[in-house]
Design a protein around this ligand. Structure first.
Ligand code: 5AD
Ligand code: SF4
Length: 475
């Protein structure tokens, strides 16, 4: 490992210092609130799984400072919004929700309000929060999350608002406390940041450069959660296929083989895979690791080579389809999901038609569809766009309708098959039912006969489907 990469890890001394400050905050809170009262924190994460995973660390740090979690901002002593900047709509929602806290804070003046995550990492957003939202106490960017104890301590002792969006390339902080949302599933980041600079995307600017955790740290964390009863691990990264490339670690397929060898009845998912880096080795590893789910989320974004080039995606429809074909050959039962952006600057009818034909050819089980959102500071924000919002809206609705037909057909084809599902909770379609995600990522529902337990695997034979849910019988 080079010097630069070693620098990426937050030193133990710094992490220990933050732990000590967390204890000081705990003592301080004891003097602020009446004896016997435990202050409550409400943490809400917007956006992707990476953010949800960060949110679990924020909860862990707040817990270490003496807060217990609550599920409503109304009775919280600390509200933290962990924000997403990928689309403008998400940002507006955050500003609305932060604004709504003003009234709650009027009734509870001791309440602390914090904003963190990708939105706050942007200078323009931090400035706006500073000037137009005077009741926001702390703003922290994505690179200083581990400093939360110090930031809260400074606020509590000085009474002054604290804004810290320092750092650009990003760091890795190991060993932060984590308060996970559940025990049967765990999000485990394997790398942070992104180097791809897709022309529409804000992520590389707010999450810094790609940096991988050490494989020994990942393996240790997986062992810990499995020992604690976890049945499904999702490995996270903006592009998991870049894992280990910058620091000489093992490759992502090698990591899958290593994790697959660990003892325990658990399964492994991962996201997201950039198609340009999804290699045959990755697909071979998926095929031969029995713990790895046969589901690949491979965001294609567009079915037009002209648009893919403008997006700086570095693959073509042909190379993408070759990977899909190879994966199907190795794993006939594999399911694919994808992300599509409709209305990229100057997307023409023929570009959109190409996207429709690609989704028909692949036959995705599920698509995450987005209307292009202009992100200031990205190259696409400077591109000429003569396509009206109405036209983009029409295309979006067409895409949904075409995909719905494809997905319903795929789901109805599952009739008679048996899937292993991880039971998650009560079903929504059938009465007295339970539901869970199958190995291939499809949601299945089955009658609750009293024999199945939430958090355990259940084999389900599919009998029919309704909307995006397969219905079946637990075996
Ligand atoms: N506008 C619309 N969708 C976007 N995404 C990323 N940036 C934008 C944007 N500016 C979508 C991509 C990505 C997913 C996480 O969000 O499809 O894969
Ligand atoms: Fe954004 Fe592209 Fe990086 Fe994904 S790979 S986070 S779309 S820049």
């Amino acid at each position: 490992m080079s010097e630069k990469q070693i620098d990426r890890f937050v030193p133990d001394e710094e992490l220990n210092k933050q732990k000590e400050i967390a204890n000081k905050v705990r003592e301080l809170l004891g003097t602020i609130y009446p004896q016997g009262y435990t202050p409550c924190a409400f943490v809400h994460s917007y956006g992707c799984q990476q953010n949800v995973s960060d949110g679990e660390k924020i909860k862990g740090i707040l817990h270490s400072m003496g807060y217990q979690m609550t599920d409503s901002p109304e009775n919280a002593d600390f509200v933290m919004y962990n924000t997403c900047a990928v689309r403008e709509h998400a940002e507006q929602r955050v500003f609305g929700n932060v604004g709504a806290l003003k009234n709650i804070k009027r009734r509870r003046p001791n309440m602390l309000i914090g904003v963190c995550g990708c939105m706050s990492q942007q200078e323009s957003v931090a400035k706006r929060l500073k000037s137009s939202f005077p009741f926001v106490d702390i703003v922290l960017g994505t690179h200083v999350m581990h400093k939360l104890p110090e930031i809260v301590y400074t606020k509590l002792t000085s009474g002054k608002r604290v804004f810290d969006i320092s750092g650009e390339d990003g760091v890795i902080a190991e060993g932060l406390p984590i308060l996970r949302d559940g025990t049967s599933k765990a999000w485990i980041p394997i790398m942070y940041g992104c180097n791809n600079f897709c022309s529409y995307c804000i992520v590389p600017y707010v999450r810094g450069r790609e940096r991988s955790r050490k494989s020994c740290d990942i393996i240790r964390e997986v062992k810990e959660v499995v020992a604690a009863g976890c049945k499904e691990i999702t490995l996270l990264g903006q592009n998991v296929n870049s894992y280990g490339k910058e620091n000489g670690e093992i490759s992502f397929p090698e990591l899958l083989y290593k994790l697959n060898e660990l003892d325990g009845d658990f399964r492994i998912r991962f996201m997201t895979s950039h198609p340009k880096d999804a290699t045959h080795e990755l697909i071979d590893a998926m095929a031969s690791c029995d713990k790895v789910c046969k589901h690949l989320h491979l965001p294609v974004q567009s079915g037009s080579n002209r648009i893919l080039e403008k997006m700086n995606r570095k693959y073509t429809v042909e190379t993408y389809l070759e990977k899909i074909r190879y994966a199907r050959e190795k794993m006939p039962e594999i399911s694919f999901t994808s992300d599509i952006i409709v209305g990229f600057p100057n997307e023409q009818d023929e570009d959109f038609e190409a996207t429709l034909s690609l989704i028909k050819e692949v036959g995705y089980d599920l698509l995450y569809t987005f209307i292009y959102s202009k992100r200031p500071g990205t190259p696409a924000a400077e591109m000429i766009d003569e396509i009206t919002d109405e036209r983009k809206g029409e295309r979006f609705r067409t895409l949904l309708a075409v995909q719905e037909e494809i997905a319903y057909k795929k789901l109805s084809d599952m009739k008679g098959k048996i899937f292993k599902a991880l039971c998650e909770g009560e079903g929504r379609v059938l009465e007295n039912s339970l539901c869970g995600r199958a190995d291939n990522n499809v949601m299945v529902e089955f009658e609750n006969t009293g024999k199945q337990k939430i958090g355990e695997f259940v084999n389900v034979k599919i009998t029919s489907s309704k909307g995006y849910v397969c219905l079946g019988e637990a075996l």
